[in-house]
Ligand binder design. Structure first.
Ligand code: AMP
Length: 213
């Protein structure tokens, strides 16, 4: 099963991708998480990506396409995978076509800009393992401490309000056209992202059941 999540930053792609990935025992591939890990490790890739990420801009296509190609070659992708945050531009989508990767379903999680801006202020991330939380919607058992590894929670640098606004602009201009791209191939479904996490998962599972017959 090959799935793709589209949606604005903070729409809940990562949260839903993790839930669905667990259920079907397939990996979630998040270019954002791979880039954050590279920044944390201080690699050449991380250094290159940092300036773009901090400015709320997209990392150049050739860089992320290179990362994705390498990651999709891993053995754990043999039975399928979920793409979270890739592709974000038409050339990135075309690179998947060029690799002959055909998605079974493209799920766009729809949330208004107003709601995204409200949500982002509560978003937290584990400084150790990268797990995502939200002070209201996905609280940890102990405030400020990651449930999974005990690491300290922090706010992503690019979740600052001014950066979120740039990221939303980039989303509308460069990523939203992908909805038409995948609509044309009949793979696109829209899911209302302004609901509880459980209800959104249920709606996604309905759509998955319909393609699985
Ligand atoms: P995310 O965690 O998906 O919100 O990604 C965080 C940041 O990483 C984005 O704002 C971009 O700067 C960069 N990034 C992640 N995925 C991509 C991608 N597919 N193309 C370009 N930049 C990306």
């Amino acid at each position: 099963m090959k799935l793709m999540f589209l949606g604005a930053p903070g729409a809940g792609k990562g949260t839903q991708a993790e839930i669905v990935a667990k259920k079907y025992s397939i990996p979630t591939i998040s270019t954002g998480a791979l880039l954050r890990q590279a920044m944390k490790d201080g690699t050449e890739l991380g250094l290159k990506a940092k300036a773009f990420i901090d400015a709320g801009k997209l990392v150049p296509d050739e860089v992320v396409i290179g990362i994705i190609k390498e990651r999709l070659n891993n053995d754990d992708c043999k039975n399928g995978f979920i793409l979270d945050g890739f592709p974000r531009t038409v050339p990135q989508a075309e690179s998947l076509d060029a690799m002959n990767i055909k998605m079974d379903l493209v799920i766009s999680i729809e949330v208004s800009d107003e709601d995204i801006i409200k949500r982002m202020s509560g978003r937290r991330i584990c400084s150790e393992c990268g797990a995502s939380y939200h002070t209201v919607h996905i609280p940890t058992k102990v405030e400020g401490v990651c449930d999974a590894c005990g690491g300290k929670l922090t706010i992503r640098d690019d979740d600052k309000p001014e950066t979120v606004i740039s990221r939303l602009e980039v989303y509308h201009k460069q990523t939203e056209p992908l909805k038409d791209y995948y609509k044309a191939s009949g793979k696109l479904v829209l899911v209302n992202g302004m609901d509880s996490i459980e209800n959104i998962t249920a709606e996604i599972e309905n759509k998955l059941d319909s393609i699985r017959g």
